[in-house]
Ligand binder design. Structure first.
Ligand SMILES: [Zn+2]
Length: 120
């Protein structure tokens, strides 16, 4: 299923005003302190990423669980996975990084699979 995406109207009527409010809040909250503004913006970006991807600790635990469940085999090619430098592939991006919605794969297999899906 394709990921939900904003329509042009939603981008203009919902997202743009939201983004502008966030920019104003960052400016107001940092009171002209450029280093505080930078730190607030960086923290906000990090927290928004965690909302979508979960925390690094969450993903690390999920990878370890998947590694064990898949008997250390790549879910795409079936070859042995290294313990590090593997990737969690979401079956449906909207479903997030959950046990039911992910599989552990090689980086190269992940890239090839993404290309195949994109151009299929
Ligand atoms: Zn593989």
């Amino acid at each position: 299923m394709p990921n939900p995406q904003l329509t042009p109207v939603q981008r203009e009527k919902l997202f743009a005003p939201l983004f502008n409010r966030v920019l104003r809040e960052l400016a107001d909250t940092s009171c002209g302190d450029v280093r505080l503004h930078w730190a607030l913006r960086r923290k906000l970006a990090k927290e928004l990423t965690y909302l979508e991807r979960g925390t690094p600790t969450h993903r690390k635990r999920l990878k370890a669980k998947k590694y064990s469940e898949q008997w250390a085999l790549c879910a795409i090619c079936g070859r042995v996975l290294p313990y590090k430098n593997t990737e969690l592939d979401r079956l449906d991006a909207f479903g997030g990084y959950t046990e039911a919605n992910t599989r552990l794969v090689h980086h190269a297999c992940h890239i090839a699979d993404q290309k195949r899906k994109k151009y299929a």
